[in-house]
Design a protein around this ligand. Structure first.
Ligand code: NAD
Length: 500
């Protein structure tokens, strides 16, 4: 089969699939087979203009659509997504590689945000204060921004867009989503579902592309906000460029999540949790545990338990539902594997080496097995950089304080966890640690939809986290109104502020 025979994934503009005028395309791999299975169009500037113009044209009607009508459409979208989530999971597995049950898990977390958004009228209500001065009332109303841009990463092709667009659409905005070019089909599937749910054309647009599409959204005057999720260097670029162009921006970046294990912890629970959170989705999660900080003297016992469990993991084609699937591309797999050589060169000991493992799948797939590295020096790039693959590092520390100091000296602040049976230590940890999302005896603390998701430091640029109340604040702008209706008690001229 030549490249031109491959299925082509297109834009979704004005409620229909659209070709690109650019002629540029990018390969979409089947990571479990290691082949190019589809191609996706890459936007040029005229595609960006068409997508933004369609979203801008849809905004006046959508923003004036009654809350009741919007709610009906959201409920229908929720029902359809729930009924047909199996189809979406299969698409995610075929392009991302994660195992089917995990693809189902990401949809379940996305559904939570749709469910939150169905209750939006309560979340975009203003306040009202009567008689702030005699006969004067003050109240606030929240209105949508206009066209909002969402730029998402490869690792959650459904869940990350779902963190933002149900909230944005519920609040009356129109959305242009630029998904990752590595697994772009999930977005088109969700666009078709919106249409079936009765969403008017132009309210939800999918613009396929790379930096050209992103830069187009960052600079288009009609785009009022940018919600970005991806690696830290790109998040910083997005934040600075979007802000320079007068946009509201939330840019969620990378992570290096530590799990601090105190000597009194239940080591079986710790080992189960570290393996689940370290190797789930092949470590390609921003909330993956990447470093276990073992407070001595437990490290040897913990390494033994981790090694036992890793030995039971089945690696293979996600459609056959093993424990762990392939990585997203061959290039990424090679980059992650390079950290194993680096660890050896830096004096760490590789306890389990994931290279050259047996898999239940095609040999050409982008495989790398679970890897466990002990005694990782904190000066090594294996420790300081985000690896984003199935590599779990163990760093031995002498005390709770030494562990917290390491966590707090890092440049990321996305997620962390403490494992202990000491409530006082856990309480102290949650107070002292400089991280946005914390688990206590829970390894992946992704907050539920009615809280908000986001880290600190270089894991989040901008002040607003995703979804929850902060999501509704981000996608609305407030007006404060001071009003007085004339009554016979007009007080005459007074140039000062009213005081009573
Ligand atoms: P990425 O930064 O490479 O890509 C993210 C998006 O930016 C994609 O849509 C991509 O097309 C676009 N992009 C890439 N290069 C660009 C450039 N030079 N200019 C403009 N746009 C560009 O990230 P990824 O590899 O797709 O995803 C993995 C990263 O995302 C990891 O660092 C992970 O930690 C992070 N992530 C963070 C969170 C979070 O909530 N903090 C969640 C998921 C993923």
């Amino acid at each position: 089969m030549t490249d031109t025979d491959l299925p082509l994934i297109r834009h979704w503009i004005d409620g229909a699939l659209r070709d690109s005028s650019s002629g540029r395309t990018s390969p979409v791999f089947d990571p479990a087979r290691g082949v190019v299975a589809k191609r996706v169009v890459l936007a040029d500037r005229s595609d960006v203009d068409a997508a933004v113009a369609s979203a801008a044209a849809a905004f006046p009607d959508w923003s004036e659509t009654s809350l009741a009508r919007r709610q009906t459409i959201l409920f229908r979208f929720r029902e359809l997504l729930n009924e047909r989530k199996g189809e979406l999971a299969a698409i995610i597995t075929s392009e991302h590689g994660k195992v089917l049950s995990d693809a189902g898990g990401e949809i379940a977390r996305g559904l939570e945000v749709v469910e939150l958004a169905t209750g939006f009228p309560h979340l975009i209500k203003g306040d009202h204060s009567e008689n702030v001065s005699t006969g004067v009332d003050v109240y606030s109303i929240k209105q949508p921004l206009g066209v909002v841009g969402i730029i998402s990463p490869f690792n959650f092709p459904a869940m990350v867009p779902l963190w933002f667009f149900p909230v944005a659409i519920a609040a009356g905005n129109t959305v242009v989503l630029k998904p990752s070019e590595k697994d772009p089909s999930a977005s088109i599937w969700m666009a078709e579902l919106w249409k079936e749910a009765g969403l008017p054309d132009g309210v939800f647009t999918v613009l396929q592309g790379d930096k050209v599409a992103v830069d187009g959204l960052l600079t288009a005057p009609e785009v009022r906000s940018i919600s970005f999720v991806g690696s830290t260097p790109i998040a910083q670029y997005i934040y600075e460029t979007a802000a320079k162009h007068g946009k509201r921006v939330q840019a969620l970046g990378g992570a290096k999540n530590h799990m601090l294990v105190l000597p009194d912890a239940d080591l079986d629970l710790v080992a189960d949790s570290a393996v689940n959170a370290g190797f789930g989705s092949a470590g390609e999660r921003c909330m993956a545990v990447s470093v276990v900080l073992a407070v001595e003297p437990i490290a040897d016992a913990l390494i033994e338990k981790l090694t036992e469990r890793i030995g039971t993991l089945r690696i293979g084609d996600g459609l056959r539902n093993p424990d762990m699937g392939p990585l997203i591309t061959g290039e990424h797999r090679d980059k992650v594997a390079g950290y194993i050589d680096l660890a050896i060169a830096d004096g760490a000991s590789v306890v389990v080496d994931g290279r050259g493992i047996d898999v239940d799948g095609d040999e050409a797939g982008f495989w790398l097995g679970p890897t466990l590295i002990d005694n990782v020096p904190t000066t090594s790039r294996v420790y300081t950089e985000e690896i984003f693959g199935p590599v779990l590092s163990v760093v031995r520390v002498a005390s709770y304080e030494a562990g917290v100091e390491l966590i707090n000296s890092g440049r990321f602040g996305n997620g962390t966890a403490i494992f202990t049976n000491d409530g006082g230590a856990a309480r102290r940890f949650q107070h002292e640690v400089q991280v946005g999302m914390i688990g206590v005896n829970v390894p992946i603390p992704v907050p539920v939809a009615y809280y908000s998701f986001g880290g600190w430091k270089q894991s989040l640029f901008g002040s607003a986290k995703a979804y929850g109340i902060q999501g509704f604040d981000f996608f609305t702008q407030e007006k404060a109104i001071t009003s007085r209706w004339l009554d016979p008690s007009h007080g005459g001229i007074n140039l000062g502020f009213p005081q009573n």
